[in-house]
Design a protein around this ligand. Sequence first.
Ligand code: NAD
Length: 450
Amino acid sequence: MSGAQGKASMVCECVGIIAEVDEQAVKKRFKQGWVQEVISDLDKLIQRVRIAKQKKKPLQLHIMGKEEKKNRKRGKVFFFGSFYLFIYFLNVNVVDLWEKLAGLDDMLVELGSDQTSLHNPFNGGYYPVGYSLEEAQKLMMNDPKQFKIAVEKSLQRQVKAINKLVSRGMRFWDYGNCFLLESSRAGADVMNPDNNKLFRYPSYVQDIMGDIFSLGFGPFRWVCTSGKESDLAKSDVIAEKVLRDLRKKEKEIRVQGQLDDNIFWIHSAMQNKLVVGSQARILYAHAMGRVNIAVALNEAIARGHISGPIVLSRDHHDVSGTDSPFRETSNIYDGSAFCADMAVQNFAGDAFRGATWIALHNGGGVGWGEVINGGFGLVLDGTKEARKRAEEMLYWDVNNGIARRAWSGNENAQLMITRVMNENQKVKVTMPNSVTKSILDKACNNHSRL
Ligand SMILES: NC(=O)c1ccc[n+]([C@@H]2O[C@H](COP(=O)([O-])OP(=O)(O)OC[C@H]3O[C@@H](n4cnc5c(N)ncnc54)[C@H](O)[C@@H]3O)[C@@H](O)[C@H]2O)c1
């Protein structure tokens, strides 16, 4: 998998264990510094994790550059130095790891998820247990039917081990890679025993991230086209200041919490060394945050403080850009999660409000046919026109999704869209009328009597 999970373990100060069957992928991530250790023996791994959990202190002191040490002394860096270990577990199928953990007397894992590429299960996204990588690839090429059976059996075993650990207290969630959907198709025991139309486990969107898309917070991004690290560092400082200014004025506790988390993130972003290619940043921000950051970046470009244009964008996995009942819209409960209207409107609306380019596509994250995505790119070049486009387009890009979420009955979205209507008289969104359950039950009973 990508290196993000290893880094996330470090940022959150926890022990992260990541299984990876492909040796080349492991070597690359290790070389790039996304993981601290590579262990290829299951028993040694277990020992290592036990020690880490007992000691609750850093197993390896690393990546602490001069600047970080200085900042730490000033009390500015608040996450280094307690307890972190992130290990790549080489040449082992993740099913072997889950089964090993489930067979132990002690509980070593509190949180678990899966990030194999299950949006593409039978073409190399998931390698079945019992085969080396090379054997699995040969089987996939020479006998796709047998490969499919092997993947299905592997998922059944994986889910069995996960269920056992969950019954003993682990918390498991779907990462947004189609794990639950593909496991259910494979006949694994992932359906909710009380309602066989629902999965046993939630999607991480509502369970781990919380209902933040409805508050407008999502992965806003920018790329410094100069390719200079110094420009990225300046953009971080600008973005942090914008969020801090908004935080000072913010009265709503739900929004305050999101701003605090993202100030924490952007403050430490440079120290976490997250860049491997383009000088780019992701920062979760709401509509006002995105607009204000864009305006401030545009001004910095105009003044020459930032040396070249910046391209703004966002992930498809966001407030408005994606209709995906298994992920981004999974917390929409009025039945409309299966419609593609939000992403399509978003794509068209962004085009009219000044996006430099737009995209309407299919398959992001959870796989082809399961999702529609609308996306954009917007170039900031320091001009007045760029400022206008950013103000109009970003405002729409977020609030379109909030309006649609509000209509489906979501309280966070209703709070935010009411705010938008109060601050901007031109915005008019029809608010839904809620029906209490007793009235609905009565209506259903009357209907069934008829
Ligand atoms: N929730 C999100 O925001 C989000 C973000 C990015 C990606 N995703 C989804 O997560 C999935 C993975 O994304 P990625 O970019 O890390 O993909 P990737 O293909 O780079 O990584 C998946 C890794 O899993 C390994 N693998 C496959 N089967 C395995 C097994 N049985 N045991 C051990 N290792 C195995 C592969 O060798 C590969 O390196 C995709 O489905 C993607 O759509 C979700």
